[in-house]
Design a protein around this ligand. Sequence first.
Ligand code: 1GP
Length: 258
Amino acid sequence: MLELGPVEKELLHETKKGAIVAALIDPEDFSPKQAAATAAKAVGVGASLVLVGGSTLANQGRLDAIVRSVKSHMESRQGHNESRRIPVVLFPGNITGVSRYADAILFSSLLNSTNPYFIVGAQALGAIEVYKSKIEAIPMGYLVFGNHSAASFIGQVNGLPASKPSLAVIYALAAKYLGMRTLYLEAGSGSGEPIPQETIRAVRKVYDGILIVGGGITTPEAATTAAKAGADILVIGNLLQSSGFETTLEQIAKSPRR
Ligand code: 1GP
């Protein structure tokens, strides 16, 4: 049995109080320096963890550099003016998404892929690196909605229809019975339509693990809707690339707690 590690325990503790925000850094979009500066700004306005990953990452060295840069910024921040420890967690899209410098990895299976490689093949190939480097693994089911995102295209997904919550529910139950302690409902980065509240609510009814929701959340209203429907972690990616994002992110991080 995979025991709960410190990062997962911390996330469980934090999300008991209500939804938290994760700042997602896609290594393809930032230099290590920019990544650290952006993560620091996000944390400064209320993000509770930093995720690092993306669908098309080819260079593991780049990932290492980004994770190290973000981590050292977080550690110096903790040393100076912050008591909160901000975990830097991998959100891998493939075997290139593993870095031994991270605090934990969302060890995920893309449950609605049509290709077994993304359900268990990449996981088997990446597992030995996770084992050797002793990164905390957090078991996660990953569900991708629609067929227009990079995650959907690269992951060869049979996209879940956003308007059919009952289909998301049966996958959520499968994730639960397979022992996955976290579940990620993905609308796709930059999606014009975040996961609908009826879908989040329906999944929340049957799934009691950590529920992560992301894709297209760019406003406090969208964040509030997802949080009220039952999301535990709201993932914010694209927004971090717009100048002056801090004001909006701060409001998002304050979205009403359930
Ligand atoms: C993508 O769900 C995340 O994997 C975040 O999406 O970039 O649209 O915020 P955005």
